[in-house]
Design a protein around this ligand. Structure first.
Ligand SMILES: [Zn+2]
Length: 130
């Protein structure tokens, strides 16, 4: 892949990374401030807290994915599917710069994940496709 094409993606990823880190920091702050062990089940505070915890997990997963994409830029494998080794279409990378899987592999992984076969952090070693 032409390295000239990677630079704006990398900038975008670094920006995304910073904003995700800020979100994580803010959420952790919120969660720290809401430690109240006397609240009852179904309490609006508990619901809010659970929402924040779920959101935090989502953002952390997203951050991991952005980090993976940045690593793949360093390795020179950015834009190549981690699973099948095919090029990830530029349109897909535009929409999702942290994509490390092509559309069909992503769908396959989602399917496996739903069946509980692959963990969300299951990785394929890109070195296998060298
Ligand atoms: Zn693929």
């Amino acid at each position: 892949m032409d390295t000239k094409l990677v630079t704006p993606e990398k900038e975008q990823l670094l920006e995304q990374r910073l904003s995700l880190l800020k979100d994580i920091e803010r959420l952790r702050e919120t969660l720290r401030g809401e430690v109240d062990i006397d609240v009852e089940e179904g309490d609006p505070d508990v619901v809010e807290r659970e929402k924040s915890v779920a959101l935090l997990a989502t953002i952390e997963a997203r951050l991991a994915s952005v980090d993976d994409a940045l690593k793949s830029i360093e390795r020179g494998t950015y834009g190549i599917c981690d699973r099948c080794g095919n090029d990830i279409p530029a349109e897909r990378l535009e929409v999702k710069p942290d994509a490390t899987l092509c559309v069909s592999c992503q769908a396959e992984v989602e399917r496996l994940r739903k069946r509980g076969i692959a963990s969300p952090r299951t990785r394929w070693n890109p070195a296998d496709f060298g």
